[in-house]
Design a protein around this ligand. Structure first.
Ligand code: SAM
Length: 259
């Protein structure tokens, strides 16, 4: 890794501290029998720890200039499979994953697209642990009434238990980014039956289209006003309720009443 030219546009902030890397793997509950999917291998430091702790690591890296470093790691650990390609273009079905764990220090510039790509294949994963910018983590895990509670919080928490097991200070990365990061852990739950998840996602976008407006105002061009009022009454909300005051569970109930 001497004289490596870090590419900011690829979100290249690497971690070399073995203790921290092991703590990340532990926070992801990785066990010897697990298959782990990693997005963004970088210099392979997390990949190596994961290879030691699991049965197989499937790791994606877009930057060809890391190929030699990663291939020499591959020669040491036969249970690593590298894919030198853009994860966003990867065919997840062809990986034949089942009950896999995602553990990754992901490139920040595509955090949300990566998460939504993983959600499209949620049945293949038993847990997802990703290192992201702290404020993004807070948005993911924020509860109803919280300042950060919004579209992503509701969509993610409708299918996952979301928690933040650890904050990672910016000084732990090379090069050091401008802001701190946090681990976000997402474990799929089956608490709610959502009839049409794509439609639910669009509905939540619509509910928050104007955050400071009432839910009725955000929905009234797309749904019958009387129906919205009765859905709010059924869930004991005043007609002035704003989207950030509605819990995940109640968003699902209101969605069911209106659709
Ligand atoms: N896992 C390493 C670590 O913890 O030190 C590197 C993490 S770094 C934050 C993210 C890595 O993702 C970089 O190596 C970057 O080149 C890679 N990357 C960026 N965009 C990618 C993409 N679309 N698909 C796959 N890898 C990508």
């Amino acid at each position: 890794m001497e004289k490596f030219n870090f590419k900011k546009n690829l979100g290249q902030n690497f971690i070399f501290d073995k203790n921290l890397l092991r703590a990340i793997a532990r926070a992801g509950d990785v066990e010897k029998s697990d298959v782990v999917l990693e997005i963004g291998a970088g210099a392979g430091t997390l990949t190596e720890v994961l290879a030691e702790m699991s049965s197989k690591v499937i790791s994606f890296e877009i930057d060809e200039s890391l190929r030699l470093t990663l291939e020499s790691l591959r020669n040491k650990y036969k249970n690593i499979e590298f894919h030198f390609q853009d994860f966003m273009a990867a065919d997840i079905d062809s990986l034949n994953l089942s009950s896999a764990r995602v553990i990754a220090n992901i490139p920040y510039y595509i955090t949300t697209p990566i998460v939504f790509k993983l959600i499209d294949h949620i049945k293949k994963f038993k847990s997802i642990l990703i290192l992201v910018q702290k404020e993004v983590a807070e948005r993911f895990a924020s509860n109803c009434g919280g300042k950060e509670y919004g579209i992503t919080s509701v969509i993610l928490q409708s299918i996952f238990h979301v928690s933040i097991p650890r904050i990672v200070k910016k000084e732990c990365f090379t090069p050091s980014p401008k802001v701190d990061s946090a681990l976000v852990k997402m474990i799929p739950h089956n608490k709610y039956k959502i009839s049409d998840f794509e439609k639910f996602k669009s509905f939540i976008h619509l509910c928050f289209s104007m955050r400071r407006k009432t839910l009725i105002n955000n929905l009234k061009n797309n749904y019958d006003k009387e129906k919205i009022i009765s859905a709010l009454n059924e869930n004991s909300y005043p007609l002035t309720v704003r989207p950030e005051q509605i819990s995940v569970e109640n968003f699902i109930k209101i969605f069911d009443s209106l659709n």
